[in-house]
Design a protein around this ligand. Structure first.
Ligand code: MOS
Length: 762
């Protein structure tokens, strides 16, 4: 794997190392649970060992004898918190299963008691000594278990707006020259971020400070305030760094308000670090899905009909669904389309967002089916995509703001050596190894949300940027710093970036790959306010001001060279003219098409995401093409992936160095979702079996000897001022299908249910 910084191409920023690299490698970066508290109490959770039923009684006698125990909180003595609404139904929480409320148990691993003690060890020991007597009922676990109920997502879930349809699918499929009907399945997965689900709650009078890894500090602040029944201005959430999240820390989990209420009652700070296995049930997960895809085409590969039906597992309490048909029905030109998404309820914890939530499972189904169709047609899979490539999405007829899918395929194919592939399955071998090449389309909707920022420029050129963005490993500090440096014409080392604090101007959730597009567009706008002040101070001539305005645009001349000719704006002179030593500007930005209440919602920590397929008159996606080589041992069926390659076009690439890492991580995780990862369920008890990092399979370096990322130049002036499409999730999409397609090429065996393990090969 090459480690050199990538060469920036047109419409790419400087390839610089992480702003936070030194803090991270020297241990200076402070994560939520690292914050030293004064006289803290340590909390340890007791979680239910049944998935359905009720608590008959607790036996706390042994637990109370543990030295250092301060309190044990159960539903019998817990403060009754206010109801919380589901994040995807307009509220803040990841789950409306509210623990410690009653004796009823709605899921495995539900919090049933919180043990408080003077040390972590004492809390843990006492928690182990808590005895809970249950009456268990028989739970329903997943697809096929008796007792599940299935109903269309539309109508149950506010966020799920449509089952896209166009033309007459049934008629067109009936008369299609070539047809594919296939069923696919993806497993449950858990995010397993390195940083555990911790929270520390500190009261100072009637003000609460929460140190917790979160992808959305403004959402968490407002959600906790609502549950505690206090003013949101009394709550502050701080997390300068988040040790991974992948969607699991996007919405408020029930733990936070519980710990905050206990801290209030005890009058002492309380620190909770939930264990790895508890993280499987006190937060969300990627639910298992099932799909049926029908494709009809002409002999020369033109799609004439497409139907995608999806089923997703959710909890009894909450109608959560990712609904990826909004994407899969819009990928290719096709006149007759039908789709339906249903939610299947079981006795589980509520699932939630996990990296590219809709696209990972739904594009797996579509891109596998496209590959099946290509073999049926005896057509190269890339050519099949080319024949059906389109600049207009077929549902509403909106035009893509830009779409470089085939450029990605062509560049990727060239570097990968796709032309060496023999079309026939099982036709490439190397000694005892069957060799297979596979590819698939990758895509992710470009999404944006309102944000605010404050930028301060000092006379000596130092810049301070404040925005409540989130460093979840995504390189947020770096790109925000870069864009301010670029706009104000100062070196990056003069810029200080402040994020991860809900007292800063609000920014949206660091999710849906919207973070860079939203925060950088906002910072660009506020820097522009400063630039205009500087221009006015040094160029009283109106025509010059207009000229300066014209230079505003992504990747164009920075302010120091923005004036007429090559004249530099002298900060000293500008500050003298203005008679100040500091210029500080605050601004609020919202994307085109944001609803009227966008800024009000922003301040309340409610998402008003705009973009992707749901815009009025256009459609915005980033695209990529992913290529995989597999080698399968003829005798042992061992599956190896010697090469992964992705070629991507995602508008402006702010920092090629951090972008490459993001995309590389996505490719690796996508491969893992095909071959490694699955949360195993015990269907008798609706419980997770492999809830630890030893049994939950993850790829290691030896599993990914070569990962290559190609970033294509793409300029899109129609999406947002930053010109950014977002890459947080793009790399992760389509890889699972590319792996399966390569396995088919190597073996002639089509596997439609993930993850693929060697015992599935004949
Ligand atoms: Mo992501 S799953 O939108 O954090």
């Amino acid at each position: 794997m090459s480690t050199a910084a990538p060469e920036p191409k047109a419409n790419m920023g400087q390839p610089i190392p992480r702003y936070d690299a030194v803090a991270k490698v020297t241990g200076k970066a402070q994560y939520g649970a690292d914050v030293a508290l004064v006289n803290p109490v340590y909390a340890y959770l007791v979680t239910s060992s049944i998935a359905k039923g009720r608590i008959d009684s607790f036996d706390l006698a042994d637990a109370k004898t543990v030295r250092g125990v301060v309190d044990i909180v159960t539903h019998e003595n817990a403060e009754k918190l206010k109801e919380a609404k589901l994040f995807s139904n307009g509220g803040y929480t990841s789950s409306t299963i509210q623990p410690l409320k009653s004796a009823d148990i709605a899921q495995d691993g539900e919090i049933v008691a919180v043990v408080l003690a003077e040390t972590f060890e004492a809390a843990r020991q006492a928690a182990y000594a808590v005895k809970v007597n249950y009456t268990a009922a028989v739970p329903t676990t997943t697809f096929g278990s008796p007792g599940t109920t299935s109903a269309p997502a539309k109508g149950q879930l506010a966020q799920f707006k449509e089952d896209p349809k166009v033309g007459d699918f049934a008629k067109a499929f009936e008369s299609a020259e070539v047809k594919i009907t296939a069923e696919y399945g993806t497993p449950a997965q858990h995010h397993n971020p390195m940083e555990l689900f911790a929270t520390s709650c500190v009261w100072n009078g009637d003000s609460l400070t929460i140190y917790e890894p979160s992808q959305y500090v403004h959402g968490l602040k407002n959600g906790v305030a609502e549950q505690l029944g206090i003013d949101a201005d009394r709550v502050r959430v701080i997390n300068s760094y988040v040790g991974g999240a992948f969607g699991s820390k996007g919405s408020m989990t029930p733990r936070t308000a519980i710990i905050a209420s206990i801290a209030r009652r005890l009058g002492r700070p309380v620190k909770l670090v939930a264990t790895r296995d508890q993280g499987f049930t006190i937060a969300t997960f990627r639910a298992e899905t099932r799909h049926q895809v029908k494709l009809g085409a002409t002999r020369d590969g033109k799609l004439t009909s497409l139907r995608h039906e999806g089923w997703e597992i959710s909890s009894r309490a909450d109608p959560y669904a990712v609904g990826g048909t909004k994407t899969t029905t819009r990928m290719y030109e096709c006149p007759n389309i039908d789709s339906l998404v249903s939610i299947v309820r079981a006795d589980r914890n509520t699932p939630g967002f996990m990296r590219a939530p809709p696209e990972v499972p739904y594009m797996f189904a579509l891109e596998s089916a496209m590959d099946e169709l290509a073999y049926e047609l005896k057509m190269d899979p890339i050519e099949l995509r080319r024949v059906n490539d389109t600049m207009k999405e077929p549902i509403k007829g909106n035009t893509y703001t830009s779409r470089s899918l085939m450029a990605c395929f062509d560049e990727g194919a060239k570097v990968f050596g796709w032309s060496q592939r023999k079309a026939e399955p099982k036709s490439m071998t190397d000694g005892d190894w069957l060799v297979g090449y596979g590819c698939a389309t990758s895509c992710y909707p470009t999404q944006m949300a309102p944000a605010a920022a404050r930028v301060r420029l000092q006379r000596d050129g130092h810049v301070k940027v404040q925005i409540a963005g989130h460093e979840i490993g995504n390189g947020a500090y770096t790109v925000i710093g870069l864009v301010a440096a670029e706009r104000l014409g100062v070196p990056i080392d003069k810029v200080s970036v402040f994020i991860g604090d809900s007292d800063l101007p609000p920014a949206p959730v660091a999710g849906g790959s919207n973070s860079t597009a939203s925060t950088c567009s906002t910072v660009i706008m506020v820097c522009e306010q400063i630039r205009q002040k500087l221009f006015k101070a040094t160029m009283p001539d109106e025509t010059l001001i207009d000229k300066a305005k014209e230079t505003v645009g992504v990747g164009q001349t920075p302010v120091t060279r923005a004036a007429k000719g090559d004249r530099q704006i002298d900060y000293e002179r500008a500050f003298d003219a203005l008679g100040v030593s500091v210029i500080e500007e605050y601004g609020e930005w919202k994307p085109d098409g944001a609803p009227m209440d966008a800024f009000r919602a922003m301040n309340k920590g409610q998402m008003r995401m705009v973009g992707g397929p749901e815009m009025k008159d256009k459609i915005a996606y980033a695209f990529g093409a992913e290529f995989v080589e597999v080698r399968i041992n003829r005798w042992t069926h061992e599956i190896t992936v010697p090469r992964l390659l992705g070629a991507f076009a995602a508008g402006r690439i702010m920092n090629p160095t951090t972008a490459r890492s993001q995309l590389m991580g996505g490719l690796i995780w996508g491969m893992s979702s095909a071959l490694h990862e699955a949360t195993e369920l015990d269907e008798r008890y609706a419980r997770y079996v492999n809830d630890n990092l030893a049994d939950y399979l993850l790829p290691v370096n030896a599993d990914v000897p070569s990962v290559e990322v190609i970033m294509l130049t793409e300029q899109d002036d129609h999406i947002n001022p930053a010109g950014v499409k977002g890459i947080g999730e793009l790399g992760n999409v389509g890889t699972n299908a590319a792996v399966c397609n390569a396995i088919f090429h190597a073996t002639g065996q089509r596997l439609r249910k993930l993850p693929i393990r060697l015992e599935q090969l004949d």
